[in-house]
Design a protein around this ligand. Sequence first.
Ligand code: NAI
Ligand code: MG
Length: 508
Amino acid sequence: MLFIMGDLNIKLKTPQTGEYDQPTGLLYSHHSFINNEFVKGVDGKTFEVINPTTEDVICSVHEASEKDVDIAVSAARKAFEGSWKTTTPNERGRLLVKLADLWEKNMDLLASVEALDNGKAFTMAKGDISAGANCLRYYGGWADKIQGKVVDTNAETFNYIKKEPIGVCGQIIPWNFPLLMWSWKIGPAIAAGNTVVLKTAEQTPLGGLVAAALVKEAGFPPGVINIISGFGKVAGAAISSHMDIDKVAFTGSTLVGRTIMKAAAGSNLKKVTLELGGKSPNIVFEDADIDNAISWVNFGIYFNHGQCCCAGSRIIVQDTIYDKFIQRFKERAAQNNVGDPFAKETFQGPQVSQLQFDRIMGYIEEGKKAGATVETGGKRKGDKGYFIEPTIFSNVTEDMRIVQEEIFGPVCTVSKFSTQEEAIKIGNNTNYGLAAAVHTKNLNTAIQVSNALKAGTVWVNQYNMLSHQLPFGGFKESGVGRELGDAALDNYIQVKTVSIRLGDALFG
Ligand code: NAI
Ligand code: MG
């Protein structure tokens, strides 16, 4: 199904929705462009979007160059200094809530596009859309509750602290949860009164453009939310080094996170928040309910095909139950349905791209060579599409690359511990610190281990249970700042102190 670019709206088809309108342009608005309309890139360049299930080209979309980033930024600037500044918090909230409603109304469409473009199971993608709508609505609720305060310092002054938006925010998102990340970024930024230029990942531009059409339908003024498709090294780099972007928020690899921080430092010292990689420990004590623990461990690593920043990829099991655990876990993993994202029973679809597929298969070969044992999986599934069998490695040592580096695929390692102290030591033996989990029935163990783990989120007797109400982000090299909850608003607010001298007594 190859579409040649012509119209900025093309017809695509998914098994779930049948034919639908897929925008393929960039969404930004500027005096020389029709407001809130999809437009072509200035250079007229396009790039192909691949279906990871079939490896076929779905269509092409317009690619943003540095010049397009400039145009989008000036549209966002104009809106920020103009109509958006005088839009009431109540109205900002109303628009976000309307957008959330539109996401829900278009749930099947948005989920289908995610399944088509990213390869995630349609049933799982619906969960993403529902969580994304909740996130947008939650921040809609916050818009008119962002309040400053009065601080008494002495009788001669009156002091108040105001919370102001930062300005134009650049947002760079990854391909693993294309629309969910769209909502996590846009919700708090807009609630706080900023305008945004958001770049989707080059692997998955389609969902962000369908959601952009909903931005227009919700009634956002032109220039407030600008969505562009393009590559990291071009459009992404232009955002992070832009002199008129006041803040950049990024989710992706730790490597690129460092590049973005450097670009911010080397340009206008824009504020930076980063949500990066992880190698999260999932610790199972001998007193845990073993069936439950195995279900959560399985979900912890194989959900979204292992393409989660918080994936529970290092499983650490008490020696007394280790053999039983491995036996039961490998039976469980082998039962996961891997296949067509649009099939009802599918849990795991293909990896997102050839590049990611090759990286993961490279890690599997590396693990075998280093002497680890493949308990199950370890191979490609089928001969078309980027499918990889759920894979478990045992007999690993702490220095192996498969134990230390983020694989970002359906691959985990299982290590052994004997004491609580040792479990904590192994759990913290990583440069990352995004998430962790503990499985135990003992309240002391649960709390002591949670307190000792250096991670932004610790789950007890569960895994991957995020909520838009709870902050999420990394310790150590997993990031800077927090997303979700009230904490995310802080990323998009700057504090202004106003101190007023009272009376007219002579100074000095
Ligand atoms: P990436 O970090 O290159 O891509 C993420 C986003 O950053 C994309 O929108 C990309 O266009 C943009 N980007 C890339 N280079 C940039 C640059 N120089 N300046 C500004 N923006 C740039 O990640 P990639 O290559 O897709 O995946 C590589 C690895 O990164 C994965 O195997 C995984 O380990 C990790 N990753 C982590 C994610 C997370 O949720 N924390 C999400 C995606 C990838
Ligand atoms: Mg794709």
